[in-house]
Ligand binder design. Structure first.
Ligand SMILES: CC(C)(COP(=O)(O)OP(=O)(O)OC[C@H]1O[C@@H](n2cnc3c(N)ncnc32)[C@H](O[C@H]2O[C@H](COP(=O)(O)OP(=O)(O)OP(=O)(O)O)[C@@H](O)[C@H]2O)[C@@H]1O)[C@@H](O)C(=O)NCCC(=O)NCCS
Ligand SMILES: Nc1ncnc2[nH]cnc12
Length: 291
């Protein structure tokens, strides 16, 4: 889909963002996370709630794309996006009865949607993520001075968290999740397993503040070690890797820990992957047709 104006662009990008959130939620099995089999380490979440939450966020993403359309990163734009993002968090909490389903995802996908709306269709994922990082690097002067789970563990363990990931241009999405997804597809691994491999690669390398907040540093180290072991035997499409996935799930459940940040970044990777696939193909067709 190639958009010609802000309305088309916001409609397309918001649909893509919601689809990525739903595809992430429905991907099964996922260790410690809500999926079609169970709610993982989350007693207050269900798959139905995750899907309702994702759908309720379409207007938020559409509004972000609309105001960002063909603009440059700036302090003013950063604050306009933050205002819409905070409204989106309110919508999420109203939809779920006060439960945090997608706070990290609103942040990551909100920035990526804004950046995609600023660029031409067919722009490579790395450039979109880098511009999103530039937007995130402006200070949010109107942010409420509230302590969050993420801030607590960032201060305690000195990890970059969701803010750092965005400000650095989403390195775990660009250098880890997307290459893992593409390599698995090249090796003819079925799409579901390729996506689970991408999630495992994120768990292996991300300092997920959701795991840290719930299970501390020991849980994070254990999760990373088990995820790396799955990668080293060739991923979840091997029988050893599949057993490793079951073991990782058990370890996370025992520690009541959940890789919620990794899940958000998987959704971000699915969004960028599909955006590039669809818009690069169409851009090429357009070029061919006009030649
Ligand atoms: C910048 C913000 C994201 C705020 O960040 P902060 O770290 O201060 O706040 P948190 O409330 O902790 O949310 C951060 C969420 O980001 C996800 N995440 C974690 N680690 C990473 C990482 N390394 N990289 C990227 N993303 C990461 C994660 O989200 C998932 O987990 C959520 C559940 O977490 P939690 O609330 O801790 O839930 P429980 O464990 O269940 O908690 P308890 O019940 O025990 O209390 C779930 O939502 C997943 O999405 C982190 O939680 C941003 O919010 C912000 O500043 N927004 C302002 C608006 C704005 O500027 N918007 C612009 C773009 S729209
Ligand atoms: N599938 C999922 N389960 C639990 N928390 C999440 N945060 C984002 N996606 C999630």
């Amino acid at each position: 889909m190639i958009w010609n104006d802000a309305i088309q662009c916001s409609h397309y990008l918001s649909q893509l963002a919601v689809a990525a959130l739903i595809e992430e939620a429905e991907l099964t099995p996922k260790p410690g996370l809500v999926d079609q089999q169970n709610s993982g380490a989350h007693t207050d979440l269900t798959l139905e709630m995750m899907i309702r939450s994702a759908q309720a966020l379409q207007t938020t993403f559409a509004n972000i794309a609309y105001i960002a359309f063909q603009r440059e990163p700036s302090q003013q734009l950063r604050e306009e996006i933050a205002k819409i993002g905070r409204c989106g968090e309110k919508v999420m909490f109203e939809t779920t009865g006060g439960i945090n389903t997608h706070k990290g995802a609103i942040w990551a996908l909100g920035l990526l949607v804004a950046s995609a709306a600023m660029h031409k269709p067919g722009t490579p994922s790395k450039e979109i993520a880098s511009t999103a990082g530039r937007i995130a690097s402006y200070p949010d002067r109107y942010a409420p001075q509230q302590m969050s789970n993420g801030l607590k563990v960032q201060q305690r363990y000195g990890v970059p968290g969701a803010r750092g990931e965005a400000q650095h241009g989403f390195p775990h999405v660009i250098h880890i999740a997307l290459p893992t997804l593409h390599k698995a597809r090249q090796n003819n691994i079925p799409e579901t397993l390729a996506r689970i491999d991408a999630l495992i690669s994120l768990i292996a390398y991300l300092d997920d503040t959701c795991i840290l907040h719930r299970g501390g540093m020991e849980a994070l180290i254990t999760a990373k070690k088990l995820a790396k072991a799955i990668i080293s035997v060739g991923g979840v499409s091997t029988s050893e890797g599949w057993n490793g996935l079951l073991q990782l799930d058990q370890e996370l459940l025992t520690r009541n820990a959940s890789p919620g940040g990794s899940a958000d970044l998987l959704a971000a990777a699915l969004f960028l992957d599909r955006l590039y696939q669809e818009t690069a193909n169409q851009s090429n067709k357009c070029v061919t047709m006009t030649m």
